[in-house]
Design a protein around this ligand. Structure first.
Ligand SMILES: [Zn+2]
Length: 351
């Protein structure tokens, strides 16, 4: 199918709707509206670690938000506690799964007067939101489009080395890493990290792009293929990455060692082991994985798809995207041609 890609950028209106997470942490939703009232139901977009809701809005000819609005969807972007727009905090996936996403879903349902919604979730927005879904905490969610990783995080060997040896050492001197240190290094730790990045990364002249590759995954660059980004997006991403707490990396290390997500905060709402019992949901999942993902290997999504397919045969779907990595699935100059039509078709699929 051909997506209704806007030929010129539509004028969109943002409304920020604050919501308080279950433990009192202040989060918000960005409700994006076009010039026509939405003809379809709400879609919630959930960003990854150390970025913000705006990560879905790269300055490409047509980003995912533009395409969803042009297709008639009611678009809601969630700034959950990992967002760089919110107060820095030492978050875990568990906190987001129990306290943030269920409240975000409920707020969207209340505001739109609907009882169901669809979600597009990325990376740690995907792991934590999938935790909410399989724990039965967001029964309103009926369709989930997940990118990069969900229940089974599998990472490259060098990332395993980093998360096992380097991250615990860093925790002795800092609670956070921050790719903004490429632009301004305010502490000795920041200056040291900056020096290490400059010694080991020569792939481009964007200091934040290189700090991002130092912080996440394995590769130069790690979260996208340079050839997939246009110049404006490569420049824009400088302002889209900031603090990420090392508490998250500690939880991911445990999950990687176990081969699947595990909870670490002891909340009664979450199972200790997320594949120890059937998922408490009837939501249909479409799993997406860039074949060149150097942050979470595509096997991560393949494994979770197989797990879900065993639970309910021929209900869920899997897409591996040739030539794509981690975030270029959304930020790529050609994502509107290569990726978004697949996502739109999944959103429009009748259960
Ligand atoms: Zn770069």
């Amino acid at each position: 199918m051909t997506p209704p890609t806007p030929s010129t950028k539509p004028v969109l209106r943002d409304t920020i709707i604050p919501f308080r997470a279950g433990d009192g942490f202040d989060c918000n939703l960005v409700h994006v509206q076009g010039d026509q009232p939405p003809a379809k139901g709400p879609v919630l977009l959930v960003h990854g670690a150390g970025v913000r809701a705006n990560i879905f809005r790269a300055p490409t000819a047509a980003n995912l938000v533009d395409v969803l609005i042009a297709s008639g969807f009611d678009v809601w972007l969630e700034n959950w506690r990992a967002s760089i727009d919110l107060t820095p905090n030492l978050w875990t996936l568990d906190q987001a799964a129990v306290h943030d996403h269920p409240l975000a879903v409920r707020t969207v349902c209340e505001r739109t007067g609907t009882s169901e919604l669809k979600a597009i979730i990325h990376c740690q927005g995907s792991t934590s939101f999938t935790m909410s879904v399989v724990a039965g905490l967001v029964p309103e969610v009926k369709t989930v489009i997940s990118n990069a990783v969900s229940l089974h995080p599998i990472i490259p060997a060098f990332s395993r080395f980093k998360i096992t040896y380097a991250t615990p050492l860093l925790r002795l001197v800092t609670d956070y890493l921050n790719p903004q240190w490429g632009l301004r290094a305010p502490t000795w730790t920041a200056k040291l990290v900056n020096l290490l990045v400059r010694l080991t990364h020569w792939e481009c002249s964007n200091p934040v792009c290189k700090e991002v590759s130092f912080t996440y995954g394995s590769g130069r660059p790690a979260l996208w293929r340079h050839e997939n980004l246009d110049e404006a997006t490569h420049e824009w991403l400088k302002w889209e990455f900031a603090q990420v707490p090392l508490t998250f990396f500690a939880q991911m290390k445990r999950c990687v060692e176990c081969g699947h997500l595990v909870s670490v905060s002891g909340f009664k709402e979450l199972p200790a082991d997320f594949i120890g019992q059937p998922p408490a949901t009837d939501a249909r999942f479409a799993f997406f994985a860039g074949e060149n993902n150097l942050c979470f290997l595509p096997e991560s999504q393949v494994k979770t798809y197989r797990y879900f397919d065993q639970q309910r045969r021929n209900y869920h779907s899997l897409y591996t995207l040739a030539g794509y990595g981690h975030l270029d699935v959304f930020m790529g100059a050609n994502a509107a041609r290569d990726v978004f039509p697949l996502m739109l078709a999944e959103l429009d699929k009748v259960a």
